[in-house]
Design a protein around this ligand. Structure first.
Ligand code: IPE
Ligand code: IPE
Ligand code: MG
Length: 245
């Protein structure tokens, strides 16, 4: 089937970011601007997901990571948290078949054990059903915090050292990386945060070491494939020096 939104000619298909991460921000402001309850803003913020994921997969991006719920988002009202949790269930129920059809491999970043049982099971099942697929790597960060991820990795390594199966001197960057939720996924090349906020909010602290950051003003529910392509174009016009000359 033809690609629904092919890359515009100004984008070089050979130099796509291998890993795009998105902080999907601005649902609350979108709801307010439309005089709607915040839950409807979050719902609107799931309606563009299908086209964004589909396009990332179609154009050949290797990995796409979406920030859906942070360890700090529990601070919101119970009504809002409940609405977000329900949307997570709805998303997987409605999308999983098409994702499998498109060979998308899903990985959940974050502490699934801290989630209610239905969400925990749905997320584990999505991972299980797509583990063998070799298409787009779709990572969804749920109950995720970058610091918690690093603490977890440190605990795993410390436990192995205490058990005598790991020499602390052997710990290097690659080994620490292999204990992250994103083990095996390349570093983030392009980090996009919608809604104009310019902060990381505890997202992928390790993985974004040399990411290019873009902060489009667009609120997440209004972000569509042409906006994604504009971000990729801007990314391709950045000069990545990695400390060199
Ligand atoms: C992002 O939208 C979605 C989540 C945090 C789950 P927000 O709800 O943070 O939207 P704003 O920042 O209030 O506009
Ligand atoms: C970050 O957005 C989390 C997600 C998008 C899931 P927030 O809206 O929660 O972040 P802050 O509070 O503005 O830093
Ligand atoms: Mg926000």
């Amino acid at each position: 089937m033809a690609i629904k939104y092919p890359l515009p000619p100004e984008i070089d298909p050979e130099r796509l970011p291998r890993h795009i991460a998105i902080i999907m921000d601005g649902n609350g402001r979108w709801a307010k601007a439309h005089k709607l309850q915040v839950a409807l803003g979050h719902r609107a913020g799931t309606e563009n997901l299908r086209e964004i994921i589909r396009n990332a997969s179609d154009i050949g991006v290797g990995a796409l990571t979406l920030y859906a719920f942070s360890t700090e988002n529990w601070r919101r009202s119970k009504t809002e948290v409940d609405a977000l949790m329900q949307l997570i269930l709805d998303f997987f129920a409605s999308e999983i078949d098409e994702l499998i059809e498109n060979r998308v491999r899903i990985t959940i970043l974050g502490d699934k054990d801290g989630l209610p049982a239905p969400q925990r099971e749905a997320l584990a099942q999505a991972e299980e059903r797509t583990r063998h697929l070799e298409g787009l790597r779709l990572n969804i960060a749920v109950n995720y915090g970058g610091r918690a991820e690093l603490v977890r990795a440190a605990q795993q390594l410390a436990r192995e050292a205490a058990d005598g199966v790991l020499d602390p001197a052997a710990i290097d960057e690659a080994m620490l990386e292999s204990r992250l939720y994103t083990a095996g996924v390349p570093d983030v090349d392009l980090l996009i945060r919608t809604s104009g906020e310019m902060r990381l909010s505890n997202f992928l602290l390790w993985q974004c070491s040399y990411a290019e950051f873009l902060f489009p003003e667009t609120l997440w529910p209004d972000f569509h494939v042409p906006d994604l392509h504009r971000c990729i174009w801007q990314f391709q016009n950045r000069d990545r020096r990695y400390g060199g000359r």
